[in-house]
Design a protein around this ligand. Structure first.
Ligand code: SER
Length: 316
């Protein structure tokens, strides 16, 4: 039977590009794009859906005979710190609704993203291992860490095929991030193109693991396509990407725009960033499903500068 895919949060940063990628792979008529707001970028079926509404979700699953759900709905780290209960409710309720659909055999397969936010101040900061101390300090991190354990539980107890990646900070120009601690690494490109300047809300030497969206999308699809027996980690996989600080990112931008100016006004998000790893060990993903990243810092910067110019209609 053909795969019939439902994307929750298809209008978001990951959803925008995943929707495009899966439409190319499976045909846009087999990709159902949903979000809390109307979607304009998809030429297959689109629906407005609140992922916390279990009945509405079930109706869409039935209506389109869905087999696979990519659950990309979440309140990210910076926003969830401002509304902890709402963040927890959104992140957890929506996950349970999707896990229960698979437990009750209405769908076959789930992708659900986790994050570097599952780690905390007591986690080894450099080359953070797949399995290590996890005491997340943010509401978002607590929700992702609990969610990982629920995924593992549903796999073990109910045989649910749920797969997950701990994404580093994601960098993209097609879809925009919102409410994350790692968003500076996207905002900086808009600052560079529009004003040749940017004020970073992270300190100059705050290192974080980051990843260009093309690598993240490829990782997601490769994990979903991996044979079941290879997916031996049912919490979530570490993915390393490229680690850099705001100062290093600014220097990479200066190679193309030598007059680019950066200054620093760290706020509460810098504290969050300091509790997260500076680099990640993703050898488990490499071993279990042959993960290999493609993007370097310079290649990512090049594509972002060109992409943001295209988006803003500025000649490269
Ligand atoms: N990018 C996310 C955030 O900053 C981390 O997964 O909240």
């Amino acid at each position: 039977m053909n795969e019939r895919i439902l994307i929750l949060g298809a209008g978001g940063q990951i959803g925008t590009e995943l929707c495009e990628y899966l439409s190319r792979k499976h045909g846009s008529e087999n990709v159902i794009a949903t979000d809390i707001r109307a979607i304009s970028h998809h030429d297959g079926p689109c629906e407005i859906l609140d992922a916390t509404d279990a009945d509405a979700l079930k109706q869409i699953v039935d209506k389109y005979s869905i087999t696979t759900v990519y659950h990309l709905v979440a309140m990210l780290s910076a926003t969830a710190e401002k509304m902890p209960e709402k963040g927890w409710a959104l992140n957890m309720d929506s996950l349970f609704h999707v896990l229960n659909l698979a437990r009750d055999k209405h769908i076959k397969k789930i992708f659900w993203p986790s994050s570097i936010a599952v780690f905390g101040l007591t986690t080894p900061k450099h080359n953070t291992p797949q399995r290590t101390i996890m005491e997340p300090g943010t509401v978002y991190g607590i929700s992702k860490s609990a969610g990982e354990l629920w995924c593992q539980y549903y796999h073990r107890v109910y045989g649910v095929d749920v797969r997950s990646i701990r994404y580093p900070g994601l960098i993209s120009w097609k879809g925009e991030p919102g409410g994350g601690t790692t968003d500076y690494a996207v905002d900086i490109f808009y600052g560079a193109i529009k004003d040749n300047a940017y004020t970073s809300f992270l300190a100059e030497d705050t290192y974080l693991p980051m990843m260009y969206m093309s690598d993240a999308i490829r990782a997601t699809v490769e994990l979903m396509d991996a044979p079941d027996e290879n997916v031996r980690t049912r919490t979530s996989y570490n993915l390393a990407g490229i680690s850099f600080s705001p100062a290093e990112l600014a220097n990479a931008i200066k190679k193309a725009q030598p007059d680019f100016q950066i200054d620093y006004a760290p706020d509460f998000r810098n504290e969050i960033a300091l509790s997260w790893p500076s680099s990640i060990d993703d050898s488990t993903a490499q071993t279990e499903w042959n993960w290999q990243p493609e993007y370097t810092l310079d290649r990512m910067v090049d594509e972002m500068l060109n992409g943001v110019k295209t988006k803003l209609n500025i000649k490269a």
